[in-house]
Write a protein that binds this ligand. Structure first.
Ligand SMILES: *[C@@H]1O[C@H](CO)[C@@H](O)[C@H](O)[C@H]1NC(C)=O
Ligand SMILES: *[C@@H]1O[C@H](CO)[C@@H](O)[C@H](O)[C@H]1NC(C)=O
Ligand SMILES: *[C@@H]1O[C@H](CO)[C@@H](O)[C@H](O)[C@H]1NC(C)=O
Length: 264
């Protein structure tokens, strides 16, 4: 009796939550959800999806969309993303999360109530940032006039971006006063199911079902490819891993401080 009751309750809950919108594809075992906007009734406030670089976030966005059944948005308006994410141009609480690479202080009159902070693998995120934001500098350093100073210039450039990476996460740890949920990239890779379960609970308050997870696993995992950069850069970049641990520690520290302040 209890089981029946439980499943009826489940059905009612799914109806209310509107997550029964599944369109089975390929096999019945895989229940991919049809995406929708967040209804006003279920709105938990404007949520930011925070990351330093674009590396790995496309995949995470897909995972969030499929596990919650809701669109993610952005305020960056990257044209290519409009082809991938249907709600790319939406930056309000009708999407489950709004992607941002802004440093927390620069948000100004910030209207985010909550944030999912994606702590990326430092080596890959810094490499990605270098390739996107400092392409000209990389080319210049590669030119023959800098032959004598190349390793010095590479060290200096990587060091600066590494500091930028640390400042970025520090800013979210310290300046952002809303509710935070931290997702560490290595934990997500090692333990995707549990990490996504916790993330979905934070985002929508709904439990992650096995068939939805099966869909995510089949379609939206292991897409990340390493950006390509010269060997000399590669060697220096191996030294940036400490930043990842520092970023993680700072975020965890401030989140705990906040939780204990709330309790007292
Ligand atoms: C969110 O933004 C979209 C697109 O700009 C708009 O159509 C929609 O009405 C907005 N929703 C809310 C709740 O503000
Ligand atoms: C996905 O990546 C993980 C970690 O890099 C690896 O262990 C796993 O075999 C990969 N899975 C697939 C399907 O490629
Ligand atoms: C850097 O950290 C990542 C994730 O924790 C790990 O997979 C990688 O092997 C580390 N690289 C080095 C050079 O230590």
């Amino acid at each position: 009796m209890r089981v029946v009751c439980f499943s009826v309750l489940c059905m009612i809950l799914t109806k209310i939550i509107g997550a029964d919108d599944r369109s089975p594809i390929a096999s019945d075992a895989i229940g991919c959800q049809t995406l929708d906007f967040v209804s006003e009734k279920l709105n938990r406030g404007l949520t930011a999806l925070v990351s330093f670089s674009v590396s790995g976030t496309t995949e995470l966005r897909h995972q969030i969309e499929q596990t919650t059944g809701k669109f993610t948005g952005s305020r960056d308006r990257i044209p290519e993303h409009r082809l991938i994410f249907k709600a790319e141009n939406v930056g309000n609480s009708s999407v489950i999360a709004v992607k941002t690479h802004e440093i927390a202080q620069r948000l100004g009159s910030t209207d985010y109530n909550r944030a999912v902070i994606f702590v990326q693998n430092a080596e890959r995120a810094i490499k990605d940032h270098l390739l996107r934001k400092q392409k000209l500098r990389i080319e210049l350093i590669g030119s023959p006039i800098f032959d004598d100073y190349r390793s010095l210039l590479i060290d200096d450039t990587v060091f600066n971006v590494m500091k930028e990476y640390e400042r970025f996460y520090e800013s979210w740890a310290w300046y952002f006063k809303g509710e935070k949920h931290i997702v560490c990239e290595d934990v997500l890779l090692q333990n995707p199911k549990e990490t996504l379960q916790r993330l979905v609970l934070f985002l929508s308050g709904v439990a992650l079902s096995d068939d939805v997870y099966a869909c995510v696993k089949e379609r939206y995992m292991n897409e990340t490819t390493d950006p390509i950069i010269g060997q000399e850069w590669q060697e220096v970049l191996k030294g940036v891993n400490g930043s990842y641990d520092r970023a993680k520690q700072r975020l965890e520290f401030y989140t705990q401080v906040k939780q204990s302040t709330n309790k007292s």
